[in-house]
Write a protein that binds this ligand. Structure first.
Ligand code: PMP
Length: 396
């Protein structure tokens, strides 16, 4: 029997499909607000200076390409624990594994959860990054959604979020975006993180923090504040960190899977269990990107330079947000789009129908994801005013 005879193509990934359409569009002024990549004013995603310097150093000093082991580089993981957890907990309590990107970290942790708590439901924010549901489904875990963001009012639904999570079963897992929520750009504030920490503790729920944009919102420490509040107050926590965005290492696949355990002994066991999952998924993580990150995090001069590069990126995105909100205010005479200035990270949502999104593409060459998500970093400053006018025109 032919294996492929009845095989149908999978449904297209809306974000990747949009990239294909954009690439095939010959119009010179077209704007790609699809995939989550930071772009400079010229639309390029250059390699960061600190990354280049670390790469030169590695090129000169590396003498082997031996396997790094399923756990990856322990010093990389130690540096990542510091970057993510700061002083919120004793690092001996954190199990860790170098993973291929944030996605690899999410998948290893999902696999780990499926083995230790197969009966759990993983609660995801509505809306969330499209891959979340698929990753948990791939390991056979149940998922459910809690309200997170009100698309009509363009604001967080914190009360509804708390109410829904109160009905979760003890032992369930709650996935949270550490910062720069994808796709809404709406983050919890400190008081809300504290309230949430109390609720999770009271209801015996385990947080799973996906932190893919640390440093893109308010700052490296500020963006980890929610995760650190949870780490201080809860006995256990899972975290998937990505270096794709904040180090601009998208193609190198660098991430870190972490589990805060109640004590170092349990952390050691959790690391060993994650290592077993990594072995069956991809055996060993790629080395180069993590070696770059470790080189930067361990060197004062490179670290200082990386901080300033990251700050410039953050200021550029926040500046674009202010400019965008102002352009909409001027063109519409209302403050309907004021929320764009208060969002964090690369993404925000526009309330547009699928027909309007299609219209933006065909009439103006503006590429927006089908749920109305825009990558603010993909919008050149010189085009912001045109963009606001085009969006208001298609809504007429
Ligand atoms: N989590 C979220 C919320 C994301 O937006 C992304 C990237 N789009 C990731 C995880 C994974 O990033 P990567 O695998 O490229 O490191």
């Amino acid at each position: 029997q032919a294996l492929l005879a009845a095989l149908q193509p999978p449904p297209a990934d809306p974000i990747l499909a949009l990239g294909g359409l954009f690439a095939a569009d010959p119009r010179p002024g077209r704007i790609d607000l699809g995939i989550g990549i930071y772009k400079d004013e010229a639309g390029a995603t250059p390699i960061m200076r600190s990354v280049k310097a670390a790469e030169h150093r590695l090129l000169d000093t590396r003498t082997t390409k031996r396997y790094v082991g399923a756990r990856g580089d322990r010093q990389f993981a130690a540096a990542m624990i510091d970057l993510v957890f700061g002083t919120a907990t004793d690092s001996g309590r954190v199990a860790s594994l170098q993973a291929p990107g944030g996605t690899g970290a999410l998948r290893v942790l999902a696999q780990f959860l499926a083995a230790v708590r197969p009966e759990a439901t993983v609660w995801l924010p509505d809306p969330t990054w499209l891959n979340h549901e698929a990753i948990f489904a791939a390991v056979g875990l149940k998922t459910a959604y809690y309200p997170y963001y009100d698309r009509e009012r363009s604001e967080l639904r914190f009360d509804a979020l708390c109410e829904r999570l109160r009905s979760a079963a003890p032992g369930d897992i709650v996935l949270l975006h550490g910062c720069c929520h994808n796709p809404s750009g709406a983050d919890l504030d400190e008081a809300q993180w504290r309230t949430l920490a109390g609720l999770l503790l009271e209801r015996d729920l385990i947080p799973f923090v996906d932190i893919a944009y640390q440093g893109f919102g308010r700052g490296l420490d500020e963006d980890a504040l929610g995760l650190r509040i949870l780490a201080e107050q809860l006995p256990e926590l899972l975290a998937a960190s990505s270096c794709s965005k904040n180090f601009g290492l998208y193609s190198e696949r660098v991430g870190c899977a972490m589990v805060l355990a109640r004590n170092p002994r349990e952390a050691e066991i959790a690391t060993a269990r994650m290592t077993v999952h990594a072995r069956t998924l991809y055996s060993m993580p790629p080395d180069h990107g993590a070696a770059i990150v470790r080189t930067i995090l361990e060197d004062d001069a490179l670290l200082t330079d990386w901080h300033s590069e990251l700050e410039a990126i953050r200021e550029d995105m926040n500046g674009k947000r202010l400019h965008l909100a102002k352009a909409f205010r001027q063109a519409s005479g209302t403050d309907e789009f004021g929320y764009l200035a208060h969002g964090f990270g690369m993404f925000s949502l526009l309330t547009l129908s699928p027909a309007q999104i299609e219209h933006a593409r065909s009439a103006f060459g503006i590429y927006i994801v089908e749920d109305g998500r825009i990558n603010v970093a993909g919008l050149p400053t010189s085009r912001i005013d045109d963009f606001a006018e085009a969006i208001l025109a298609i809504r007429k």
